[in-house]
Design a protein around this ligand. Structure first.
Ligand code: ASP
Length: 338
C-alpha cells in the first residue's frame, strides 16, 4: 500500500461494452482476451498520472452472462489484493453492473477502501465514447479518501447498494433508487460529506449466493399457480414478487404464501412502481400478505432485494431471512424497520 505518495489502484477486468468490438454481423462482441486488455489500456494512456495501477484479468464477457459464481471470483480477487492496493476499479458491462455492485456491497464487511465499478455505453474504441471519462473518474474516485462500493457513470457517483440501470442508451445510464447519489462529477468529484472515509480495518469477505430464486412481476389476472407449481416441485429456494403500489397482492396469492411457509421458502414483496417503497400495512390486501408471512422489501431496489435474497439463502437459516432482508448492511435500506 502507498505511504502518502501516489495511490495504488488495481483494475479488475470483467468485460462489457467498454472493450467490445463490432462483429461481422454488426453486433458488439467481446474480442480475444489479449485484444480486450489492449483495448482497455488504449482508452487513456495517461491513467498512470492518477495512480500506479495494474490490470488483473477476471473475465471478458458480456455482463448478461454474469452469474453469482462470477461475483465470488471478483470477491476472491478483492480479498487477495486487499492489503496491497489502495483502491479498486472494476470494469464491467452495464447490463448487470447494479447486481454486481449489490453483491459486493453485501459480501464485504468493514470495507475501508473504495471499490468502484464502471463501464461505458459506447465502446472505448469509438470517437464518441463515454469510456474515457468514466474510466478516468473511476480511477480518481479509487484514490480518494472514501470507502464503500460505488458505481461511477457519466456525472454520477452512485452507492453500490442503491444503483439501477435506468437507460439502455443514455450516457447517464444509472440512477439511485430511493436515495441521493453518493456524489456528483463536475469539474471535480464532489462526494457527499456523509460517506465513510478510508479506514485501516481488516475487511472480511463473505462470498456465496444461491442463484435459485424467482422474480415475478404481477399483472392483473396473473396465475399464482405457476409459482405454487415450482414450490411443489422443489424448483425454487426463494421468491421475490414485484407487487402493486405499496406492496399489494390479489387474494388468490394467499395459497402461495401458505405453501411457501410450509416449505420454508421465503417470499419477499416489493413495489413495481419506479420509485416504489412498500407500506404493506396501508391496505388490507397488503396487510393480509404480511400476516401470511410476506417479507416487506421497503425502499430497497429490485437488484438489491434479488441479490440480498440470494446471499441470505446461502448464509442464514430460514428463520433469520426476514431479519437479514430488513437489515441495512451498508446503507441499502433507509426505513427503520420495527
Ligand atoms: N451488454 C453489455 C454488457 O452489459 C452492455 C454494456 O456494457 O453497456 O456487457
Amino acid at each position: 500500500m502507498s505511504q502518502g505518495g501516489k495511490k495504488r489502484v488495481l483494475i479488475l477486468f470483467c468485460g462489457g461494452t467498454i472493450i467490445m468490438k463490432e462483429g461481422r454481423d454488426g453486433t458488439l462482441v467481446a474480442p480475444s482476451r489479449k485484444e480486450a486488455v489492449a483495448n482497455l489500456r488504449a482508452i487513456e494512456a495517461r491513467l498512470a498520472t492518477i495512480a500506479d495501477f495494474d490490470i488483473r484479468f477476471v473475465e471478458n464477457i458480456d455482463s448478461a452472462n454474469m452469474t453469482p459464481s462470477d461475483w465470488d471470483r471478483i470477491l476472491a480477487e478483492l480479498e487477495a489484493g486487499y492489503d496491497a492496493w489502495d483502491g479498486f476499479v472494476i470494469t464491467h458491462g452495464t447490463d448487470t453492473m447494479a447486481y454486481t455492485a449489490a453483491a459486493l456491497t453485501l459480501a464485504i464487511k468493514n470495507l475501508g477502501k473504495p471499490v468502484v465499478l464502471t463501464g461505458s455505453q459506447i465502446p472505448g474504441s469509438r470517437l464518441e465514447t463515454d469510456a474515457r471519462r468514466n474510466l478516468v473518474n473511476a480511477m480518481k474516485l479509487a484514490t480518494m479518501d472514501v470507502s464503500g462500493v460505488f458505481i461511477v457513470f457519466d456525472e454520477r457517483v452512485i452507492h453500490g447498494g442503491r444503483a439501477s440501470k435506468a437507460s439502455e442508451s443514455r450516457l447517464d445510464a444509472f440512477t439511485s433508487v430511493n436515495a441521493q447519489d453518493a456524489g456528483e462529477i463536475r469539474a471535480e468529484i464532489r462526494l457527499s460529506p456523509a460517506l465513510p472515509r478510508r479506514r485501516f480495518d481488516k475487511a472480511a469477505f463473505y462470498p456465496g449466493f444461491e442463484p435459485d430464486i424467482v422474480v415475478r412481476t404481477l399483472t392483473p389476472g396473473c396465475d399464482p399457480g405457476d409459482l405454487v407449481f415450482l414450490l411443489q416441485h422443489k424448483r425454487v429456494q426463494g421468491i421475490l414478487i414485484e407487487a402493486y403500489g405499496t406492496g399489494n397482492l390479489p387474494y388468490d396469492f394467499d395459497g402461495l404464501f401458505r405453501a411457501a411457509r410450509d416449505q420454508k421458502v421465503p417470499v419477499v414483496v416489493t413495489s413495481q412502481c419506479l420509485h416504489g417503497v412498500t407500506r404493506m400495512q396501508g391496505y388490507e390486501v397488503g396487510a393480509r400478505a404480511l400476516k401470511l408471512g410476506a417479507i416487506e422489501g421497503h425502499d430497497q431496489s429490485l437488484e438489491m432485494l434479488a441479490v440480498k435474497l440470494m446471499w441470505a439463502l446461502k448464509h442464514y437459516p430460514y428463520k433469520d431471512i426476514r431479519t437479514v432482508m430488513q437489515t441495512s448492511f451498508a446503507g441499502e435500506l433507509s426505513i427503520p424497520v420495527a
